[in-house]
Design a protein around this ligand. Structure first.
Ligand code: SF4
Length: 230
């Protein structure tokens, strides 16, 4: 299937020298800290329903989260927050996401990262963003016909979602809609195909520790996305 083909091809991508070095160095240096567990240290594929009503667009895998476990938003604090909320609104079968074999499953939802390798300080360069962009764009183009609501986590995910849906033929309003928590923008293609893009603060510790993003705020956006997807 085309999604499987993207997964297979991205899993061996080495297009960004800085990120290839970083993901592999982190994997080598930290393997001892997670002794006995496999350490992924490679690009992170999209994950979830192949025909999702809800699409979640994140930034990039965390060094010891996705980069370690091989599954997006799995094994780190951002993922803990995100999956607990997804479970509360009915989009995930379990409240935690700890490792790739834990039985977790998304329900009518899929997650993709705008950049698929863990970047130092969670900050990809503009060049890395642009080099990796086509992976997400291709995946989003494949699932877009099913998607009713896309949730962008943070401004980086917002811009990636807008670029990807535009590349898939959806009309993006001008001037470009600005990211904000709870902002909604309707993206339409042809006659009758529409996706509501929702902005949501990223559940990073910077936001959750400081109270900028609370559990009710996250539940409100993800619950709205679940409602839109029926
Ligand atoms: Fe390839 Fe994307 Fe990783 Fe760069 S960030 S090496 S383009 S998968």
């Amino acid at each position: 299937a085309p999604l499987d083909e993207i997964d297979a091809r991205v899993s061996v991508c080495r297009a960004c020298p800085r990120l290839v070095t970083w993901r592999e160095d982190v994997a080598r240096d930290k393997r001892a800290a997670f002794a006995g567990e496999p350490y992924w240290g490679r690009p992170i594929s999209g994950w979830g329903d192949p025909r999702p009503g809800v699409l979640i667009v994140g930034l990039a895998p965390a060094a010891h989260g996705g980069n370690r476990t091989g599954r997006i938003f799995t094994g780190d604090r951002s993922g803990d927050w995100l999956f607990a909320s997804l479970h509360r609104v009915g989009l995930a079968v379990q409240e935690t996401s700890e490792h790739a074999g834990d039985g977790q499953r998304l329900v009518n939802a899929r997650m993709v990262a705008a950049v698929r390798c863990a970047p130092p300080l969670n900050k990809p360069t503009t060049q890395e963003r642009d080099t990796c962009g086509p992976w997400a764009a291709r995946e989003i183009a494949l699932v877009a016909p099913y998607v009713r609501a896309a949730v962008a986590l943070g401004g980086f995910g917002w811009d990636a979602a807008l670029r990807s849906f535009a590349a898939a033929g959806y009309a993006v309003p001008r001037p470009k809609p600005r990211f904000g928590h709870g902002v909604e923008v309707l993206l339409e293609r042809g006659t009758g195909e529409a996706v509501t893009l929702l902005g949501c603060y990223h559940p990073s510790q910077q936001n959750t520790f400081t109270g900028r993003l609370t559990e009710p705020m996250l539940d409100a956006v993800l619950g709205r996305a679940a409602d839109l997807a029926g």
